[in-house]
Design a protein around this ligand. Structure first.
Ligand SMILES: Nc1ncnc2c1ncn2[C@@H]1O[C@H](COP(=O)(O)OP(=O)(O)O)[C@@H](O)[C@H]1O
Ligand SMILES: [Mg+2]
Length: 385
């Protein structure tokens, strides 16, 4: 198990110190796959470099399998004594060394025959058998990343760190290789920590997802929970397509509702009045998969809020109340599904996820309904009442 506690790292460039890491806590269970998701500059690479020992943190502790690697009371354990393998950004293979020599780099101390055997075994493991004599530039991008992985795995590290390992690859290969690498690390039982700015990559790979922003951990947990229950509206938008509309809270206890451009909607108990005490104005987070569109046949009066309605065939777990009329402005087709962009009558634009077989035309009049509950947050313009 990897345990990082209170990690801080400050860089001073010119006169201004930047906190690249600000009291970062992180736990990765033995044998699990954890991902850190954050925008560029959020501190992901710095975090990995501190864990790997390439960088010394200003404060905090790093423990791996019960052993202190870095803490105020000890002198920092050197990178090659940490039992950690690293797959750096862009692979960073040694261009002048053959593939086999790259892979053997971390096991140079082993007897020649054992080393050769291990390299063969690793090349086979990553699907590159027979390519040991090539130079890195004679390989494709995906193959180079496999070599980088084999090199990191060679000494059988307790922990493997991967810094955006697939970001230079084209979309299809990225998806294939990440599935493959995850399966491989899982079968080997290696504990892994991967950092990325790619939301889909972070979510699909993770047993445990950590979200970073400005050097801080802003959320951590099961990826589904982190996605379903974003800590704030900004994170909701960062983790997936979402729109935020203004709302006014009403009610109390279990029956908090919010009035907004989409009607009167039930609010998730976790985000209701308890989270926003004394506030009525709020931000309402709405995801495309929470919305449904239905073509309006003929002109329909746009009701301010239509009466509540419970139960629905398409989403049995959710209840739908109210809705709004809108016009279709665009439809993006993704094959398995599509996003329909609509403009509500007040001008708000929303994206609605629909099956790929559903077709709308620009200008079609539709009714938009929301599967509730929705999540609400203290808005920028919120005022205490
Ligand atoms: N060696 C360095 N010197 C000065 N500032 C740095 C250095 N490395 C990173 N930073 C700064 O620290 C912050 C985090 O950087 P980094 O860890 O590379 O983020 P990420 O990998 O998430 O893009 C950024 O503001 C970056 O400019
Ligand atoms: Mg980085």
């Amino acid at each position: 198990m990897l345990e990082v506690r209170g990690l801080r790292k400050c860089y001073t460039t010119g006169r201004h110190p930047t906190a690249a890491l600000d009291r970062v806590d992180l736990t990765v269970e033995k044998g699990s796959f954890a991902t850190v998701l954050g925008p560029s500059g959020s501190g992901k690479t710095t975090l990995l470099r501190c864990i790997a020992g390439f960088e010394r943190a200003d404060a905090g502790t790093i423990r791996l399998a019960g052993r202190d690697l870095d803490s105020p009371s000890i002198s920092s354990v050197r990178p090659y004594d940490r039992d950690i393998g690293v797959v750096p950004q862009e692979g960073a293979l040694f261009p002048h060394l053959s593939v086999a020599r790259n892979v053997a780099f971390g096991i140079a101390d082993r007897p020649r025959a054992r080393r050769r055997e291990r390299v063969e075994q690793l090349l086979e493991l990553v699907g590159l058998q027979g390519l040991g004599d090539r130079r890195p530039h004679q390989l494709s991008g995906g193959q180079q990343q496999r070599v980088a992985l084999a090199r990191a795995l060679a000494p059988e590290p307790r922990l493997i760190l991967l810094d955006e390992p697939f970001s230079a690859l084209d979309a299809q290969l990225r998806v294939e290789l990440r599935e493959e690498v995850r399966g491989l690390l899982r079968s080997l039982g290696t504990t892994a920590l991967l950092v990325t700015h790619d939301q889909a990559e972070a979510m699909t790979l993770a047993d445990h997802l950590v979200v970073m922003r400005g050097g801080r951990v802003v959320a951590a947990g099961d990826p589904r929970q982190v996605y379903d229950e974003p800590v704030d509206a900004e994170m909701g938008r960062f983790l997936g397509e979402a729109v935020v509309v203004r709302g006014t809270l009403a009610g109390s206890g279990d029956t908090v509702t919010v009035d907004c451009v989409l009607g009167r909607l039930a609010v998730a108990a976790e985000t209701g009045a308890d989270r926003l005490p004394g506030r009525t104005d709020c931000d309402v987070l709405v995801r495309p998969e929470q919305l449904r569109v239905q073509r309006l046949d003929g002109p329909v009066e746009a009701p301010p809020w239509s009466p509540g309605r419970t139960g629905s065939a398409s989403a049995p777990a959710a209840t739908s109340t109210a809705g709004a009329t809108a016009s279709v402005v665009a439809q993006s087709f993704y094959g398995h599904d599509a996003l329909v962009r609509v403009r509500l009558d007040d001008g708000t634009q929303l994206a609605v996820r629909v099956p790929g077989s559903v077709r709308f035309g620009v200008g079609d009049r539709v009714r938009v309904q929301v599967d509730t509950p929705v999540w609400t947050y203290a808005g920028s313009a919120s005022t205490a009442t």
